[in-house]
Design a protein around this ligand. Structure first.
Ligand SMILES: NC(=O)c1ccc[n+]([C@@H]2O[C@H](COP(=O)([O-])OP(=O)(O)OC[C@H]3O[C@@H](n4cnc5c(N)ncnc54)[C@H](OP(=O)(O)O)[C@@H]3O)[C@@H](O)[C@H]2O)c1
Length: 475
């Protein structure tokens, strides 16, 4: 048997560190040998939970299947791992140590007879990897990350294939090795997410639920909402998941939703305006608005302003607007946004106009709300293979299928914006792969000040009226 032992100290409460480590999928963020990790079993993490970790070791790449055999939060977790070449028992103990938490990590290896004979050669390499992995864990739990810097210019001036190629999964693969671990504890954060039934929203909901966040998911079909809630609870053991039913294509329903949330009065830390669709055919909603404008612009406008009293007063509240790289093709046209005619209608243009407008609103709110501690950012996911893309852009989907991101890759920046402390230090930015991007790819798509003012005038009539709750007279 070969035993490796390492100790680190971190400035995090034991409960937070335990929570992060016990989810062994995080090994891919801190263990220098782990390349990919996934959870194989459903349910909350506890005794019997299994993980698959693909590791690159001196003996070659191996798939290690880990099972949690002891789970005593926040003090001790024991996992048994096995692959064709060896078995390993990892024991991690956590204990307060002054203002810090001491983490002792012990890994006991039992090698196959063949490998045992080569131990004299591979032993030093394994010890080095053990030390590096624990240093990785210390950094993941302790190191503050700098906030990303805004793009050098708001117009990239480089409408090149290279910048567009970054939208594909190649862009994600190039960027992601530089991503910092996401170890922040968000179990006390209340997150309101729209469009959680599919694609990016579903990937976001799954990830945030697994992190233990308190989620309110806005879904338009009550039955689907119930099924999703049950699925997320069964998968993660997180009971703090609530469904709110609203068709966000309808302004009255969006206002009602905001009213219900205000009435409940529960503060909201993060609002993610993700629900969306690209409508290939022209149609008006039953309220008489063109569908893209209603869903992609007026609805997030009404919902965000409607719940703003619940965002205000929190120490670090965030609004995340999911826009689209498609907006790069468009210069803001309020005339187009206000049109209900089907003449010359193009789904991608209507979509891009609404997203462009939401981007401009994002920048305006970021400026206006800076003193209230609310940050407002937009992100675009690149091109991700979601039901939305498959259904509304079948030709594009067929042509690009091989290079599309997974929904998880597309959702990564939404999750980073919601989870990482450093994302709370930026506002008014457009992000792709966790980095601020230029707002325009060509000077021709930059709107002028007059058009911005027209956008304000266009949106103002939709501002929700929020009556202050009357204070009860004190007798
Ligand atoms: N995938 C990409 O490559 C890509 C690229 C750029 C931007 N985006 C943006 O990313 C966001 C998510 O898109 P996705 O690709 O994940 O699409 P998706 O798979 O179609 O998911 C869209 C989500 O929005 C919800 N939604 C649509 N209309 C709604 C309505 N009227 N009321 C309430 N919810 C509604 C859908 O609910 P139902 O299940 O009830 O329909 C679904 O949960 C959108 O804002 C989209 O514009 C995506």
């Amino acid at each position: 048997m070969t035993t490796l032992r390492e100790t680190i100290r971190v400035s995090r409460p034991a409960a937070e560190a335990f929570n992060y480590i016990a989810d062994f999928t995080t090994t891919q963020e801190w263990d220098s040998t782990a390349r990919r990790a996934s959870k194989l079993t459903q349910g909350p993490i506890g005794v019997g939970t299994c993980f698959l970790v693909n590791c690159k070791l001196p003996v070659g790449a191996v798939d290690l299947e880990y099972t949690v055999i002891e789970h005593r939060p926040p003090e001790r977790i024991v996992l048994r791992g096995q692959c064709s070449l060896f078995t390993v028992e990892d024991t991690i103990t956590l204990a307060p140590d002054g203002a810090k938490t001491r983490i002792d990590y012990e890994a006991k290896f039992e090698f196959s007879p063949l490998l045992r004979r080569t131990m004299f050669a591979i032993g030093p390499g394994m010890r080095k990897m053990g030390r590096e992995s624990l240093e990785g864990l210390r950094a993941a739990l302790d190191d503050a990350q700098p906030a990303p810097k805004p793009a050098e210019s708001s117009v990239s001036g480089l409408a090149s294939m290279a910048s567009v190629a970054r939208f594909s999964r190649l862009g994600y693969r190039r960027a992601s090795p530089g991503f910092a671990p996401l170890s922040a504890d968000i179990r006390e954060r209340h997150i309101l997410l729209t469009g959680a039934t599919s694609g990016l929203g579903l990937a976001t909901a799954r990830d945030l639920a697994a992190r233990g966040a308190q989620l309110t998911l806005v879904i338009r079909d009550a039955e689907r909402g119930k099924r999703l809630r049950d699925e997320l609870i069964a998968d993660t053991g997180n009971p703090h998941i609530r469904i709110e039913v609203a068709d966000l294509g309808l302004l009255a329903e969006t206002e009602d939703l905001a009213k219900r949330l205000r009435k409940r009065g529960e503060p909201i830390d993060i609002l993610i305006n993700n629900a969306g669709a690209l409508f290939p055919e022209h149609a008006l909603t039953s309220e008489g608005y063109e569908r893209s404008v209603a869903l992609l612009l007026l609805s997030p406008w009404i919902l965000t302003l409607g719940i703003k009293p619940l965002l205000a007063g929190r120490s670090d509240s965030r609004v995340i607007n999911v826009v689209s790289g498609g907006m790069y093709t468009q210069r803001l046209s309020t005339q187009q946004l206000g049109s209900t005619s089907d003449e010359g209608y193009s789904g991608p243009v209507a979509y891009a106009q609404a997203k462009r407008a939401l981007m401009i609103v994002t920048q305006a709110w970021a400026r206006e709300w800076a003193d209230e501690g609310i940050t407002v950012n937009a992100m675009h996911p690149g091109w991700a293979d979601t039901p939305g893309v498959r259904d509304s852009l079948p030709r594009f989907h067929r042509l690009t299928r091989g290079i599309l991101r997974t929904p998880e890759e597309g959702a990564d920046t939404i999750i980073w914006q919601a989870v990482s402390p450093e994302a709370g230090e930026i506002s008014g930015q457009l992000l792709l792969d966790r980095q601020p991007q230029p707002f325009y790819l060509s000077g021709k798509t930059v709107e002028d000040e007059l058009e911005r003012q027209r956008l304000v005038q266009f949106l103002e009539p939709f501002r929700p009226v929020i009556r202050k709750a009357r204070k009860r007279a004190v007798k």
